[in-house]
Design a protein around this ligand. Structure first.
Ligand SMILES: [Zn+2]
Length: 160
């Protein structure tokens, strides 16, 4: 019996840590979304004028100087796909044009470490509103995404 309980506990612990891994998105220093899981980190941030700023950070989320990265993005807006080109500005790469009207569409961000490197694609679901819980832009929300639908399952106050 003891063994069974031990195994069950271990399983629970594993499940919890797996949830924790997914549940903790890294908050982007500028308020944007960190697209990467490993350093160097890439942050996708939408400015007030809806241009996109892509910044790079090291493991400790310290800003990294650009080293020839090439970024482009495709906004898959309902009105049609729009390609965004990026240019260097204040140590980051900023889109030359703004995101198209509306929200609730995917933005595919393509990052190359340098002009000849293989592109890495990251998908961001762009939502313009502010998250009521973490007060960040919804596309950069750091709330427990994986547990969002089960929020009340581990709400201790309700059980007591
Ligand atoms: Zn949130």
């Amino acid at each position: 019996m003891k063994t069974t309980r031990y195994i069950a506990t271990t399983f629970l612990a594993l499940a919890v840590s797996a949830v924790a891994l997914f549940a903790k998105p890294i908050p982007g220093p500028k308020g944007g979304r960190i697209l990467t899981t490993d350093a160097p980190h890439v942050e996708f941030f939408v400015e007030k004028d809806r241009t996109v700023t892509v910044s790079f950070y090291d493991k400790a989320l310290k800003p990294m100087a650009l080293s020839g990265q090439v970024v482009s993005a495709t906004a898959e807006a309902k009105s049609g796909k729009v390609n965004l080109a990026f240019a260097e500005k204040n140590g980051a790469l900023v889109s030359k044009t703004a995101l198209p009207e509306g929200d609730d569409y995917t933005v595919v961000v393509q990052v190359r470490d340098n002009a000849s490197a293989r592109p890495k694609n990251y998908r961001v679901l762009f939502h313009d509103e502010i998250c009521a819980e973490c007060k960040r832009a919804e596309y950069a929300c750091t709330c427990d995404d994986a547990g969002k639908d089960h929020k009340h399952d581990h709400d201790d106050k309700k059980k007591k």
